[in-house]
Design a protein around this ligand. Structure first.
Ligand SMILES: [Fe+2]
Ligand SMILES: [Fe+2]
Length: 259
């Protein structure tokens, strides 16, 4: 099977990039499953029901998230009901929503998607490595194909997670930095790995934010109001080929499209 994972979708420009690119990518690559990180999809921070519906209608099957998942308060109730959106599984027990989902594709392949968040330079959540073990145990009876979105800041923590899960999952894809890395590879045991998928959002920006505001913040060290940049967009993600009998990845290819 072949699937696409889309890097953090930022605001309206990001959603537009998904709508403009997805149809052609689906045809070109014969994609059977589409996962996207939606933590910045609503106004640059957070996710809402309307925005998620818009992305599902555009062809996204499952949305993963990250540290910005709760920025829009309605997400707290919404994630408790909407199973197609997951949040990092290493939030404290009792947090609304789930950290994993098993999804049946149109061609009847069961795929498990896991979401975890890093702890280096981020919130102090539970250990993502131990949580990964738990979630894999939870889904592996139901799905041979397991894909992980590891939402983390430090490249070292992400690479460590890649090695930790090598041979146990089909893919470990980093998200959160909004900058696509060029280190995609297949780790021993058939695990597709990339440190960061990148961003689907406005290109003339500072990781999605209006560049003037971001510069002012660095220069003055004063708090500034966040605003999503306008203008041209980019679409970042990866396409992975997976042998559905063994659950191993056989190919990984980066996608970097510009308007
Ligand atoms: Fe993000
Ligand atoms: Fe993030």
């Amino acid at each position: 099977m072949r699937l696409l994972m889309i890097g953090d979708i930022v605001g309206r420009p990001g959603r537009r990039a998904v709508k403009v690119n997805l149809g052609e990518l689906k045809r070109e690559f014969d994609l059977q499953f589409i996962i996207a990180n939606g933590e910045n999809a609503a106004g640059g921070k957070g996710i809402t029901r309307d925005v998620a519906q818009e992305l599902f209608a555009a062809g996204v099957d499952i949305l993963t998230t990250g540290n910005h998942v709760w920025n829009k308060r309605e997400a707290i109730d919404y994630l408790a009901r909407e199973t197609r959106i997951i949040r990092p599984g290493n939030y404290p027990p009792g947090t609304p929503g789930a950290g994993a989902i098993v999804y049946k594709t149109g061609r009847n392949v069961q795929v498990a998607v896991l979401n975890l968040a890093g702890r280096t330079f981020m919130q102090a959540l539970d250990c993502p490595f131990r949580k990964a073990d738990q979630l894999i145990k939870q889904v592996k009876e139901q799905a041979k194909v397991i894909v992980v979105d590891f939402h983390a800041e430090a490249t070292s923590e992400k690479i460590a997670m890649g090695w930790y899960l090598a041979g146990r999952v089909a893919a470990v894809c980093g998200t959160h930095t909004h900058v696509q890395t060029a280190d995609e590879r297949i780790l021993p045991g058939g695990t597709a790995y990339i440190t960061d998928l990148g961003m689907t959002g406005p290109c003339d920006s500072v990781i999605g934010a209006k560049k003037e505001i971001a510069m002012e913040r660095f220069i003055t060290q004063l708090p500034t109001r966040y605003e999503v940049a306008a203008g041209l967009f980019q679409f970042n993600g990866i396409v992975i080929d997976i042998d559905e009998e063994t659950g191993e990845a056989t190919a990984i290819r980066r996608i970097q499209n510009y308007e």
